[in-house]
Design a protein around this ligand. Structure first.
Ligand code: NAP
Ligand code: HSE
Length: 442
């Protein structure tokens, strides 16, 4: 039984999906039953990496959804609108949706899930996080028996590619970003990658699945790599760390009303060389899930690009196609009840805790006067605030007038409130010129 697929978008990911559908040999037999019926693009004249019958192409995405031959809608156009409205239109028409659009799911996931549950259709999102890495289905299904304590990872391929090449080759930031765009890793607006927004979208999605309720996307504290100084990467290296853009979601409490209290954030972070995330380089992503009773499970693989992302999109299409086959449902028939694990609805509220109440290790670089007693005064400010230090090191200041030093401090795990108190006192010291960098440390 052939299943009609409608594609919204034929860019990096859409073309990757079309390529898989066009070459089913050697893949699961269900792939051969998927037939591309319509494809929406913005520009009909744009050259494509795949040879498609031009009659399939349209610039009207609604026509794709409304086409009776389209049974599953695949949204890979990106952006918030019209993507959100098109997903809702497909759901209203009773058509299951597969999307790679983390920006839409992180912001409108609740609305979309409610509409899908009411209409009895699946909306599957494996490609939205981690590119080709299976992480959404494992969180929904294979790890469902666990109390999840922490989900942390490198979940933006573009920034990991940039950081890796800067560290390995000393390559220039702008040049490597241009390469990431050419390779199809970056978002249409790469600010989403380098400012951390894409990783924040993804950790919002992972947290919602891991903890059972939606997380307020706009409230996630987010710092990207766009203001990261190469000097901090070099100092980190000398101290035994690599710098990675880490997204973290951790349960820190359980409220009286049953809500999970979460610390969720995205930050450039010093990762000790021996940590499993430190060896994740290039466009690869890795997600470390810590749960009770499973312990630590790490998912690793290519986090962006046409082939890996299309692999995840087609896996979702196959999931839906398989269910339709066993339930015998056609586009005209009544939908079968949804599998609650695959549909993954919310089962409790989730709240972000006040960042001042969270606890972390920190890296700080201070530009100071180079004179006797400076390290002592800085140490006293930390000590007075109850901030315990792991190390404090002086480096030779670069580009200064010779009378300045750079002091690099790594703290033990301390409360954010105490850390802020110490930093306010340090900034007020006459010997401190300015705080040059403040990063997290694992
Ligand atoms: P892309 O290369 O920019 O492709 C977007 C496609 O959508 C293009 O074919 C474009 O048409 C079409 N399109 C955009 N707006 C449209 C509109 N209003 N009407 C009709 N067609 C429209 O983007 P991408 O990299 O494939 O990413 C697609 C989605 O997948 C995004 O949500 C992205 O975040 C997500 N994603 C991407 C990757 C990756 O590695 N690239 C990985 C995971 C998830 P034209 O070709 O005519 O311009
Ligand atoms: N721009 C994203 C990244 C694509 O670099 O990770 C994959 O979601």
């Amino acid at each position: 039984m052939t299943i009609g697929i409608g594609l919204l978008g034929l860019g990096t990911v859409g073309a990757g999906v079309a390529q898989i559908l066009a070459s089913p040999q050697g893949r699961h037999p269900l792939v051969a039953e998927l037939a591309l019926r319509r494809v929406a693009v913005r520009d009909l004249q744009r050259p494509r990496p795949i040879d498609l019958d031009s009659a399939l192409l349209t610039t009207d995405p609604e026509a794709v959804i409304d086409d009776p031959a389209v049974e599953i809608v695949v949204e890979v156009m990106g952006g918030l609108e019209p993507a959100r409205s098109l997903i809702l239109r497909a759901i209203a028409a009773g058509k299951p949706v597969v999307t790679a659009n983390k920006a839409v799911i992180a912001r409108y996931g609740e609305e979309i899930a409610a509409a899908a549950a009411q209409r009895g259709v699946y909306v599957l999102i494996e490609a939205a996080v981690g590119g080709g890495i299976p992480i959404i289905e494992p969180l929904k299904q294979s790890l469902g028996a666990n109390r999840i304590q922490r989900v942390s990872g490198i979940i933006n391929g573009t920034t990991n590619y940039i950081l890796s090449r800067m560290a390995d080759e000393g390559a220039a930031y702008g040049e490597v970003l241009a390469d990431a765009q050419r390779l199809g890793y970056a978002e249409a607006d790469p600010a989403a990658d380098v400012q951390g927004g894409d990783a924040a979208d993804k950790i919002a999605i992972l947290a919602a699945l891991a903890y059972g309720g939606s997380v307020p996307r706009q409230a996630i504290p987010t710092n990207g790599i766009d203001r990261l100084d190469a000097r901090d990467v070099a100092y980190a290296e000398q101290l035994g760390y690599g710098v990675k853009l880490l997204a973290v979601a951790e349960q820190v409490g359980l409220a009286a009303d049953g809500a999970a209290e979460l610390d969720v954030s995205v930050n450039p972070t010093l990762v000790p060389r021996a940590h499993p995330l430190a060896g994740v380089n290039g466009v690869n992503n890795a997600i470390l899930v810590e749960g009770d009773p499973v312990g630590r499970v790490m998912f690793y693989g290519p986090g962006a690009g046409a082939g890996p992302t299309a692999s995840a999109v087609v896996a979702d299409i196959l999931n839906i196609a398989g269910i339709r086959q066993v339930s015998g449902v056609t586009s005209q028939g009544q939908p079968a009840p949804l599998d609650p694990l695959l549909a993954a609805g919310s089962w409790r509220p989730c709240r972000l805790v006040d960042p001042a109440q969270t606890r972390h290790r920190n890296y700080v670089r201070l530009r100071t006067t180079d004179q006797a007693g400076v390290i002592g005064r800085i140490g006293t400010c930390f000590g007075d605030a109850g901030v315990s230090l792991q190390s404090i090191v002086q480096f030779q200041a670069q580009g200064g007038d010779g009378g300045q030093a750079e002091i690099v401090v790594i703290t033990h795990e301390v409360s954010e409130a105490a850390f802020r108190t110490a930093m306010a006192a340090i900034e007020a010291l006459p010997v401190v010129d300015h705080v040059a960098a403040c990063l997290r440390t694992l």
